[in-house]
Design a protein around this ligand. Structure first.
Ligand code: ASP
Length: 622
């Protein structure tokens, strides 16, 4: 929490050009500065004249009415009132004639909601609070109303008060009152607004809602099913509006977008939610560069101005390069430590396991050099001229010198070497690279600038990948509707595993924040991919295949993962911190206890019965 707070202070002070300020005041100002061209009217239609955070010396003498929560009270003389916009000091009247006002303001517990009316006056000389944006003034109260009293809270509404995430999710409505959650959700709303503006007003996109009660889509993620009243018939919640957005192209709605809710029943993963939001986009008559330029423009336009600006165009890297140099398809390119192939240097090595690895198909030896790694890591192979490693004595002199040259090893660096099948070796070193970066940063070595936003396109993915559980069979690397690379189409019928696709992913600081593709718009080709390569049941997609036969335009699109994007923009530790009511790690709503059981009576119309797990199965599931 403390580190969030200081990060927020830093972000906010950058935007206002000031040093640390009380969080509430800076928060609202930064948000207004960041994306509103004209200052919005914050007190229209409601029972207040002003917000707590907006009053300044320029308001002196004005009669105001404020509504807010009691943040704290000092000696029954002052009360600090809070709303989303900031804090303001209210002077509790002490004279007899205002006894009823005093009683209300002194007796209402902290976090009660009150309405006060009075005059804006300046604070007595010497009592100004320069740390508070409203610190030059206070409110001399004439009337006060207790709008609702607050019982003892499960936790204090202060960001620096530590609370477990379980407690925060259980009382989410209280957690949302905190400055950090207010900042995250308001910034999210502003970015989405700017995205709508860019897409609809500047580029003529049409915002279209698509159904969430749908049927199963073959391939891809597991879907949630929803029972229907017809025996044995179920809806599926779509993992994305993929089919609908393509059908909209067939329907001539040639620039579609939607802030779309998507559902995937994939179990608990730290950066996933069973329901999440995508900025979903599809266009007709477009190619890969067209989509990429659109997204670069969209992000630049909607980027909060209190963050480091986004530079366009984004750099691009092929999938093969990403895997070879970083061991992953979502490389964090903010720092070096790239993977280097050192197989050639060890062709005549005496080290048994290296020999062994090289003799196998796709066998390689790879290494990464971790600068200053000796400070923090157990040494495997160290280059302070005396090799400090269990295998040092087997490394011949010219091999050692070659390593130093190839990996540009300095003293106190650490070299990690792995040998094995190419993809596995790269992926292992890719993981170690990130682990080492975290370790080094934990010890104070600066590798990645936390204020930097490093976008990257990853392109030229293979169209298919071997299935993890059965490598003889292929599955789509993106989804079954992705078009093959035009120069590889002939391979589809002979060596499908070699076909590259027109699929592109957008990566930000090592996280995938978007992905899309140019689609197959030819029914025959689509049928071939589904039936012959992926062995899917084409009947499930007969509507789409038919539509492609009725004059489907060439089209392509992309979806940005809004939650993940906002998580990175705000620097939040988890995507749950940019979602108002997220599910827990296990997919539960801890506030309402969903999913919940329903009675057999309620189940009847759906013609389904629960088969309860046995006690031992329950234990295993835990
Ligand atoms: N529907 C795709 C996804 O959710 C995105 C796309 O291809 O446009 O990953």
């Amino acid at each position: 929490m403390f580190c969030w707070l200081s990060r927020l202070f830093r972000d906010l002070s950058r935007s206002t050009g000031r040093t640390t300020q009380p969080i509430w005041g800076s928060l609202s100002r930064s948000l207004i500065l960041s994306s509103q061209r004209s200052i919005p009217e914050l007190s229209s239609f409601v029972a207040r004249t002003n917000t707590c955070g907006e009053l300044r010396s320029s308001h002196l003498g004005q009669e105001v009415t404020l509504c807010g929560w009691i943040q704290y009270r000092r000696q029954n003389i002052f009360l600090v009132l809070r709303d989303f916009h900031g804090l303001v000091q209210v002077v509790i009247p002490q004279d007899e004639s205002a006894a009823s006002v005093k009683k209300i303001l002194c007796e209402a517990p902290v976090e009660s909601v009150v309405q006060v009316s009075g005059t804006v006056i300046s604070r007595p000389p010497g009592q100004e609070n320069p740390k508070m944006p409203t610190g030059e003034i206070e409110i001399k109260v004439k009337t006060a109303k207790l709008l609702n009293s607050c019982k003892k809270l499960p936790f204090e509404i202060k960001d620096f008060v530590k609370k477990t995430e379980t407690l925060r999710l259980q009382y989410r409505y209280l957690d949302l009152r905190g400055a950090q959650m207010q900042y995250n959700l308001r910034l999210r709303s502003q970015m989405v607004m700017k995205m709508r503006e860019y897409l609809c007003n500047l580029h003529g996109f049409v915002d279209i809602e698509t159904p969430t009660l749908f049927k199963r889509t073959p391939g891809g993620a597991k879907e949630f099913v929803v029972p229907s009243r017809e025996p044995g018939k179920f809806y599926s919640l779509p993992q994305s509006p993929q089919q609908f957005k393509q059908l909209l192209m067939v329907g001539g709605l040639d620039r579609y977008f939607q802030v779309a809710r998507c559902y995937r029943d994939e179990g608990s993963r730290p950066d996933r939610q069973p329901e999440f939001t995508q900025i979903d986009i599809e266009m007709s008559f477009v190619d890969q560069t067209g989509i990429q330029s659109l997204i670069e423009g969209l992000l630049q336009y909607s980027w909060p101005s209190d963050k480091d600006p986004v530079m366009v165009p984004f750099p691009s890297m092929t999938f093969a390069e990403a895997l070879a140099n970083y061991g992953t398809d979502k490389p964090d390119t903010r720092f070096g430590m790239k993977i280097v192939d050192i197989s050639d240097m060890f062709r005549n090595t005496e080290i048994g396991y290296l020999q062994d690895a090289l003799s196998k198909p796709q066998g390689t030896i790879k290494a990464i050099c971790i600068p200053e790694g000796a400070e923090v890591l157990p040494v495997f192979l160290r280059a302070n001229r005396s090799w400090n490693s269990p295998v040092a004595k087997f490394i011949m002199e010219e091999q050692g010198l070659g390593l130093i040259r190839l990996l540009e090893i300095q003293e106190e660096d650490v070299v990690l070497v792995t040998a094995g099948e190419n993809k596995k070796a790269c992926s292992l070193l890719g993981k170690l690279r990130l682990e080492c970066a975290d370790l080094l940063e934990a010890r104070g070595v600066v590798l990645r600038d936390p204020a930097l936003f490093s976008f990257l396109w990853v392109v030229d993915f293979p169209l298919f990948l071997p299935k993890e559980e059965n490598p003889q069979e292929l599955e789509s690397a993106h989804h079954p509707f992705t078009a093959p690379h035009p120069s590889d189409i002939h391979l589809l019928y002979t060596e499908p595993q070699k076909v590259r696709s027109q699929h592109y992913d957008l990566v930000l600081n090592g996280s995938e924040v978007g992905g899309g593709s140019i689609r197959i718009h030819n029914a025959e080709l689509q049928r071939y991919v589904l039936a012959a390569v992926l062995k899917e049941d084409v009947k499930l997609l007969s509507h789409l295949l038919q539509a492609l036969d009725y004059g489907a335009p060439p089209h392509g699109g992309i979806a940005l993962g809004l939650d993940r994007l906002m998580c990175l923009v705000t620097g939040a530790p988890s995507i749950r911190d940019v979602i108002a009511f997220p599910k827990s790690f296990r997919g539960h709503d801890l506030m309402s206890n969903a999913p919940d059981s329903i009675t057999p009576e309620e189940l009847k119309p759906y013609h389904i019965q629960v088969s309860w797990p046995t006690d031992s199965a329950k234990k295993r599931a835990r």
